[in-house]
Design a binder for this molecule. Structure first.
Ligand SMILES: O=C(O)C1=C[C@@H](OP(=O)(O)O)[C@@H](O)[C@H](O)C1
Ligand SMILES: C=C(OP(=O)(O)O)C(=O)O
Length: 448
């Protein structure tokens, strides 16, 4: 849905302490998977804490188009009456996944081994993103696809009528590609094997186990080897979605750079394949503590407390940590601008194919606000100006990218003068309550 609306310019003003409790919305990755796996189970899956952002709502709509009954009971409570593995109906309309790479890639995988045809599209951002990374492995199952030049949406997928299981080594660190292959493997007879060199978020593996699929994960010299047995009957689940660590990153980072702040973010998913940002911030000297660590619904969860941290230092972020914090580099670069010394971020080529080229988008906005940035194809670095050292005063383009828009709003909170973005509309894709939540903590973000 993002990218279809009128731009919403926003300005973030330097502010006093941020204090209180930040109840951020449900995890986006787990929300998409709850709806898709719920649609592939037999019977009723119940979901609480679903992220009601545009990306996930587009996936809910898509699951209805494939024949599942998806009901919004209000207050984040949803149910999905699934049609079973191989039970998808052929949609009679184009599937519009809006701004969501996760939505479109996972749904393509989920339908790829059923004898149906579907056409997918998205907004101006999604229609620029590479889809061959998914359609290449899907072709091994016998799936056909026709899209625009360079494997771009709009794209039609013709599901394999007689799918064969595959053995696939994922060539890029991508949980979306891994998950698309696993979801396709569900309706292929026999064992589908996916090998990933670098561990990416493992929600699909955990949730497939929860839904009763036969799936094993082995750490080998080659990487993580995931073996899935096809044609299971998936059993409906009761799912409590933990709060999203990628959304928590914004109030947490805002608290670190705003004098006097003390913010508690309760019930955050802290799956190690997602928690790289928090490790990095602690290495930089952030006052960040985990309280009440526990396990909920197969995922590690904790309450996170972030306090103003005036003495953070730039570090070199290990490249092998990239997958566990891939969506958090934009906001990390804002913290880096408020730390002393240089922060170096390597192994991050994937940032160039997200909702925007995130290295380019952040470099432009940081420079427009007085911060020095250097970049190469696979790395970038930010020269820290110390706490309160970012001059601000610039307007940044958000390039239809929610994380870029929110990162610059956080930057304004700790800068000397306000920071603006040309369009904060995309924030609604993943964090629809960003503005009231930040305002309740004491931030001053205005629509301008
Ligand atoms: O599988 C997922 O839920 C996601 C995987 C990541 O994308 P890639 O698979 O492109 O790395 C991440 O950036 C995205 O926000 C969500
Ligand atoms: C990359 C992201 O999402 P997606 O790939 O699902 O569009 C994100 O939310 O930062």
């Amino acid at each position: 849905m993002s990218g279809h609306g009128t731009p919403i310019p926003m300005t973030s003003h330097p502010c006093g302490p941020l204090t209180g409790t930040a109840e951020v919305p449900g995890d986006k990755s787990i929300s998409h998977r709850s709806l898709i796996l719920g649609a592939m189970a037999v019977g009723e899956t119940r979901i609480s804490g679903l992220l009601e952002g545009e990306d996930v709502l587009d996936t809910a709509k898509a699951m209805r188009a494939f024949g599942a009954e998806v009901t919004d009971h209000g207050g984040g409570e949803w149910s999905v009456h699934g049609v079973g593995v191989g039970g998808f109906a052929e949609p009679d309309q184009v599937i519009d996944c809006g701004n969501s790479g996760t939505g479109v890639r996972l749904i393509m995988g989920a339908m790829a081994t059923s004898p149906i045809t579907a056409t997918f599209t998205g907004d101006a951002s999604l229609n620029k993103r590479p889809m061959a990374r998914v359609t290449d492995p899907l072709a091994l199952f016998g799936t056909q696809s026709v899209g625009r030049e360079g494997g771009r949406l709009p794209m039609t997928i013709v599901g394999a009528a007689d799918p064969v299981p595959v053995h696939y080594k994922v060539p890029v660190p991508s949980a979306q590609v891994k998950s698309a292959v696993l979801l396709a493997g569900l309706n292929a007879p026999g064992q589908t094997v996916v090998v990933e060199k670098e561990a990416t978020r493992d929600h699909s593996e955990r949730m497939l186990t929860g839904f009763g699929a036969e799936i094993t994960v082995e750490d080998t010299d080659e990487g993580r080897v995931i073996t899935l047995t096809g044609r299971p009957e998936l059993k409906p689940q009761v799912i409590a979605v933990p709060r999203d660590p990628s959304s928590a990153a914004f109030p947490v980072c805002a608290a670190l750079i705003t004098p006097g702040s003390d913010v508690l973010v309760p019930g955050i998913g802290l799956n190690p394949t997602r928690a790289g940002l928090f490790t990095t911030l602690r290495e930089m000297g952030a006052d960040l503590t985990y309280e009440n660590e526990r396990e909920e619904g197969g995922e590690p969860v904790a309450d996170l407390r972030a306090k103003y941290s005036p003495n953070m230092k730039g570090i070199s972020v290990p490249a092998e940590r990239a997958a566990s914090m891939i969506d958090e580099y934009p906001v990390l670069s804002v913290v880096a601008a408020n730390a002393a010394g240089t922060t170096m971020m390597g192994g991050v080529k994937e940032l160039r194919v997200k909702e925007s080229d995130r290295i380019d988008a952040m470099a432009r906005g940081l420079r427009a606000n007085g911060v020095t940035v250097d970049e190469g194809d696979d790395w970038w670095s930010v020269e820290g100006l110390g706490i309160g050292g970012v001059p601000g005063g610039g307007t940044c383009e958000s390039f239809l990218d929610h994380r870029i828009a929110m990162s610059f709003m956080v930057m304004g909170m700790g800068a000397t003068t306000p920071v603006s973005v040309d369009d904060g509309g995309p924030i609604a894709t993943s964090f629809p309550i960003f503005e009231p939540l930040m305002a309740a903590l004491g931030a001053r973000v205005e629509r301008t």
